[in-house]
Design a protein around this ligand. Structure first.
Ligand SMILES: Cc1ncc(COP(=O)(O)OP(=O)(O)O)c(N)n1
Ligand SMILES: Cc1ncsc1CCOP(=O)(O)O
Ligand SMILES: [Mg+2]
Length: 200
């Protein structure tokens, strides 16, 4: 039986289009929803987060904000995702409200261990394939994934251009779930895609 989790990440498609999809797929069992938005005004972003938090609360899906601790502090969300260029996990854990979910990007075993020791709840590891959502994402090898898996206990979400048909045995074996944006949010039949991920 497949026990892999699905971590959905918003993209730059029209927000209303994404909302329609989210209403269909969040009830299917999504582990986390991440709001990832690099270019909107504060006003628009806060409005979108407000809409997402209502939906996430309804389906009991934790809402994670990418990058921005300031946004986390003023919105109704459950977590933050921090990359290598973002605030260090150690400091965010120290000042964050209790139980805030903290995720971190790791592309090396050293960084994976550092983040785990600093109190990260999960890791995002990739990219495995070219991604249209993050065009400049650096690819990592299966060997690096194996080393990261061996170096930490916290859950690992594989990321980067993942679809139900390109998950290799190596990826499948070494991750706890799949972090996905385009394959679900840009597909005409997102419900089938989620079901296909779950059927792997
Ligand atoms: C689940 C997950 N994993 C990795 C990332 C990438 O984060 P980061 O390296 O900070 O890059 P940006 O997403 O900020 O461009 C992620 N967002 N989520
Ligand atoms: C945020 C991020 N970091 C590495 S790849 C990526 C984007 C993931 O989206 P997609 O599933 O569309 O490749
Ligand atoms: Mg980031």
């Amino acid at each position: 039986m497949n026990t892999k989790k699905i971590y959905l990440i918003t993209n730059s498609n029209p927000f209303d289009q994404q909302l329609k999809i989210l209403k269909k797929v969040l009830p299917l069992g999504i582990e986390y929803l991440q709001y990832r938005q690099k270019s909107l005004s504060w006003e628009q972003a806060l409005d979108e987060i407000h809409q997402l938090s209502i939906l996430c609360n309804l389906f009991e899906v934790p809402l994670i904000i990418n990058d921005r601790l300031d946004v986390v502090t003023i919105t109704d969300c459950q977590g933050i995702h921090l990359g290598e260029d973002d605030l260090p996990v150690k400091y965010v854990r120290r000042i964050a409200r209790p139980n805030l979910i903290i995720g971190a990007t790791a592309k090396t075993p050293e960084r994976a261990q550092l983040c785990e020791n600093a109190g990260a709840d999960y890791l995002g590891v990739g990219a495995f394939y070219q991604s249209s959502t993050k065009c400049n994402a650096k690819l990592i090898s299966h060997e690096t994934l194996k080393q990261i898996r061996a170096s930490v206990k916290i859950p690992i979400f594989g990321i980067g251009g993942l679809t139900p048909s390109n998950i290799t045995e190596d990826i499948y074996e070494h991750v706890d779930g799949f972090a996905v944006s385009d394959a679900i949010l840009s597909n005409a039949d997102p419900v089938t895609v989620v079901k296909n991920f779950k059927a792997l």
